[in-house]
Write a protein of this length. Structure first.
Length: 298
């Protein structure tokens, strides 16, 4: 799906969510994003796997609260049984490696970071990789590639940067083609530079399966620091690797979605996409349109 298509999907999700109680018609939603009803229905169904009407019925604030009520203990459960004990833990098998204290102080000195901008089911993203794995995944939200690159360089201030979409394209394929129930698991290595506390929070996030959600309170308890909710929230917001370290799966305890580093609308889109594929009773295979286009197609 082209990034321009995702932008319309994002607008549609916000519109449908804001007007859910009014049960907006297909024509109203299509007009809001500047498409004919036929093309809007086709685009939305290709992305979500269901019709806009069904989306409104399933993904509402009530749905978010239901997820919390039914599944908020999943983080504690997964921590108790270990990653091998659950059949639906992080389907991409992300392995998180953090810099040692000595490496942290060096700020990435001696590291060569290659980056490129690619299309994804959630809009354009800037992906960065090094010889030790993925070291950055930023979704472009109202900012230029240069702004996203500047943020990446602040995370790795002494690294050497090279633009190379050829180097990052295979990783994009692995990230987004691996998504979906029944997809073959392909381990992904992620390298982060963070404080011990931040890394502890990011490790805990990896225990939250697709289609599930948790809260800041649950995360704080899971890492053994129940009173550190504010610090946990800051660590979640500082996550440098979007989607793979699933900070989008954290909700406020009231069921409110809250903010997201790459846009609240994108967080809603990610949760809706995952809930519709992995949630009980509505899981289904991802349609071909969710696969990131190849370089030849873009």
């Amino acid at each position: 799906m082209a990034s321009s298509d995702y932008a319309r999907i994002e607008q549609a999700i916000l519109y449908l969510d804001a007007h859910a109680l009014d049960q907006p018609s297909l024509e109203d939603a299509a007009a809001h994003v500047g498409l004919s009803p036929f093309h809007f229905q086709r685009m939305f169904s290709q992305w979500a796997g269901i019709s806009p009407k069904r989306f409104v019925q399933l993904h509402t604030l009530r749905s978010a609260r239901r997820l919390l009520a039914e599944r908020r203990s999943v983080l504690e459960t997964s921590l108790e049984v270990g990653l091998s004990g659950s059949g639906r833990l992080h389907e991409l098998f992300v392995t998180l490696t953090s810099m040692t204290p000595g490496e942290y102080k060096l700020g990435g000195e001696g590291l060569t970071v290659r980056y490129g901008v690619h299309a994804s089911p959630f809009g354009a993203c800037l992906l960065a990789v090094c010889e030790r794995g993925i070291c950055g995944l930023h979704f472009l939200t109202g900012e230029s590639k240069e702004d996203a690159l500047a943020a990446l360089k602040r995370e790795w201030p002494r690294a050497t940067f090279e633009e190379s979409s050829e180097a990052t394209a295979p990783w994009v394929e692995r990230i987004f083609r691996a998504s979906g129930p029944g997809a073959a698991a392909r381990p992904l290595s992620v390298l982060v530079r963070g404080t011990p506390f931040q890394v502890q929070v990011w490790q805990a996030l990896l225990r939250v399966p697709s289609g599930e959600v948790t809260t800041y309170e649950d995360l704080a308890r899971a890492i053994g620091k129940p009173k550190a909710m504010r610090a946990v929230g800051s660590a979640v917001g500082d996550n440098p690797v979007g989607l793979l370290i699933p900070c989008h799966r954290v909700l406020r305890k009231t069921g409110v979605f809250g903010e997201y580093r790459w846009g609240a609308a994108r967080k809603r889109a990610m949760l809706a996409w995952e809930d519709l594929r992995y949630g009980d009773g509505v899981a289904q295979e991802a349609p071909p349109g969710l696969v990131a286009p190849t370089a030849a197609q873009r």
